[in-house]
Design a protein around this ligand. Structure first.
Ligand SMILES: [Zn+2]
Length: 113
């Protein structure tokens, strides 16, 4: 026999589920930062917290400032460029051809399988 209509102790709305506690939030303020790549990050700071002048962009890691017109230079961009240029310069035309040949050989090997 399965009635199941008299479950003891199960009452709807027996107590607050945490909604009330969420109501009070410490005063915060949002600060906007702009990086050189036009990313905007808007972290929240406590009302009495010290607002930093620069903020690391969460998208590219570059430093961002509150001044949209004048974002701080990104030091991390330079090593990438120079490294790539260095690699390009180091490889002569001959090396490039050899690398291409190697790649084609590998490709042919794959197709055979
Ligand atoms: Zn960025």
């Amino acid at each position: 026999m399965t009635g199941g209509h008299a479950i003891r102790g199960s009452r709807v709305g027996a107590g607050p589920m945490g909604e009330e506690e969420r109501g009070e939030v410490a005063p915060r303020r949002q600060v906007f930062y702009y990086c050189t790549r036009n990313h905007v990050s808007a972290p929240y700071f406590a009302q009495d917290a010290e607002i930093p002048e620069t903020w690391d962009c969460p998208r590219c890691g570059a430093p961002a400032s509150q001044d949209e017109e004048n974002p701080p230079p990104s030091p991390r961009l330079e090593p990438y460029k120079t490294h790539l240029a260095y690699v390009k310069e180091r490889r002569s035309e001959e090396d490039g051809a050899a690398i291409l040949e190697e790649a084609l050989a590998a490709l042919r090997e794959r197709r055979r399988l």
